[in-house]
Design a protein around this ligand. Structure first.
Ligand code: 4AD
Ligand code: MG
Length: 462
């Protein structure tokens, strides 16, 4: 019993031998005594051509009538066919139907739109595009773990349910067991969370960063890789309500170290996926984004660009005619600005650093200029922001002052402040949006198409 991927890795080893392959029928063609099945077992992008002949199998007529989507197991001899389009084929001695499909099977052999395929998220992994996307997703995840593990980072798991809003943006999904229609109330009429499951308001995490900082202050270098949740009502192609984030955190490190780590990680994972998923990327390069492979190779061959937020704003202001949303020092950069910088100005990935304090999270380290913080975003062509990170404020008094200024309740963050009381150290890290990475690696334009079961406003069916 073999997988198609093994055959592509080393067909010679199986040449002339009897093998069994199980998978799903993509198509069946037949003439009176000879037929072909295009069989796909999902182990690699390519399918397997099965040849069946009336005098070699005992159910020729039945096989010829198999519907697209049927699950079948084929036993036969592998023959190398170097002169044909596919490098080998299986000559069947037996083709057994495991589970039939019907003529109503929604994935017939034709091109379906991604919009249609989103409505059948349970079946779309069986298509070329989505099988490529999800295999790349799997390889990229493994590549990321390898990158950090090879460098001695400790993989840490941070809680998904938490009381603290790590980003301070108020975009959290509340988790509660209270009766929503008639919650218990305190004498002054507020919802009484002391009666709730956790005894305090709790939500799904927007970032594991604050807990990752705790772990970095013990292990020196750590990373998280897990799901995060944001209740932002952003109906864009790059926002999902549930997405995965990789958050490395390093101690005794400054913003420069954070950027070096981010660049090394991006290059490593791009190279890893190019090496391990060539068939998937070839398909994406042909049918999704024609410049994909050149662009990825280009990323490997060059250093990332660097620009300060202040200089970036000067560059953008000169081109304010291009933008729906005009740029001004102090404003948050919109996707149109990010893409202009990385696609038109720098034409490669660019680190934008030192953003105004007012548009960034409370934990970022204040710069000596009193106006900006040691923040960094990595912008890439086709997407815009793919990474957000910073050096963290390690000075207790400065951090407390900042929290007061923002009206944050210090008591809720006592443990976070303790890190600054007991052996505080210069440290920093970043968050890589995993789905945006997969979009970047495949050229796929919509985040809904790199998540197997996307969660976006108004959509949680599958
Ligand atoms: O820039 P963000 O909000 O940064 C943080 O959460 C920090 N705590 C990270 C850190 O320093 N440890 O998010 C980081 C990245 C973004 O650059 C983006 O790629 C992705 O997470 N991201 C989203 N991806 C999909 N859907 C959303 N709604 C996203 N929000 C952020
Ligand atoms: Mg960000």
């Amino acid at each position: 019993r073999v997988k198609t991927a093994q055959l592509y890795q080393n067909a010679e080893a199986f040449s002339g031998k009897a093998i069994t392959v199980c998978g799903w029928v993509r198509s069946v063609r037949d003439s009176k005594t000879l037929g072909f099945i295009d069989l796909n077992d999902g182990s690699c992008f390519k399918g397997l051509q099965v040849v069946f002949e009336a005098d070699k199998v005992d159910n020729f007529a039945e096989i010829a009538k198999f519907n697209v989507g049927s699950a079948v197991c084929v036993t036969g001899q592998l023959l190398l066919t170097p002169q044909a389009r596919q490098p080998f084929e299986v000559h069947a001695s037996s083709v057994r139907l495991e589970g039939a499909s019907t003529p109503e099977y929604p994935l017939q052999k034709k091109r379906h739109s991604v919009e249609y395929l989103r409505t059948i998220a349970h079946l779309r992994p069986r298509t070329n595009l989505f099988s490529a996307a999800f295999r790349v997703r799997s390889a990229a995840a493994y590549g990321i773990h390898r990158f950090f593990q090879e460098r001695g980072f400790v993989y840490v798991n941070t809680p998904l349910i938490t009381a603290s809003d790590a980003e301070g943006a108020g975009e959290m999904f509340r988790v509660t067991t209270l009766d929503q229609t008639n919650p218990p109330r305190t004498p002054d009429g507020k919802i009484d969370f002391s009666k709730d499951f956790f005894g305090t308001p709790a939500s799904l995490t927007v970032s594991g960063q604050l807990e990752a900082e705790c772990m970095a202050m013990a292990f020196g270098q750590v990373y998280t890789f897990g799901p995060t949740f944001r209740a932002e009502k952003s109906y864009t192609q790059r926002h999902a309500a549930e997405f995965w984030m990789i958050e490395p955190e390093i101690a005794f490190a400054d913003l420069e170290d954070v950027m070096q780590l981010a660049e090394a990680m991006m290059k490593y994972v791009i190279r890893y996926v190019m090496d391990t998923c060539p068939q998937d990327l070839d398909f994406c390069n042909k049918f999704v984004d024609k410049g994909l492979l050149d662009r990825l190779q280009n990323v490997l061959d060059h250093d990332f660009a660097h620009v300060s937020y202040t200089d970036a704003v000067e560059l953008l202001k000169k081109n304010n005619d291009h933008f729906d949303y005009k740029v001004e020092w102090g404003c948050d950069l919109q996707t149109e600005h990010e893409r202009y910088l990385t696609e038109k100005v720098f034409q490669r990935p660019v680190f934008v650093t030192d953003y105004p304090a007012g548009i960034k999270a409370f934990y970022m380290r204040a710069n000596p200029d009193g106006k900006t913080v040691a923040a960094v975003d990595l912008l890439v062509p086709g997407i815009g922001e793919i990474i957000g990170g910073s050096q963290r404020e390690e000075r207790l008094d400065v951090l407390q002052e900042k929290m007061q200024e923002l009206g944050m309740n210090e008591k809720e963050y006592w443990w976070y402040l303790d890190l600054r009381r007991y052996g505080s150290a210069c440290h920093g890290g970043f968050g890589l949006g995993f789905e945006r990475l997969i979009m970047y690696l495949t050229g796929i334009q919509n985040i809904r198409d790199v998540l197997p079961f996307p969660r976006t406003p108004g959509s949680a069916e599958f």
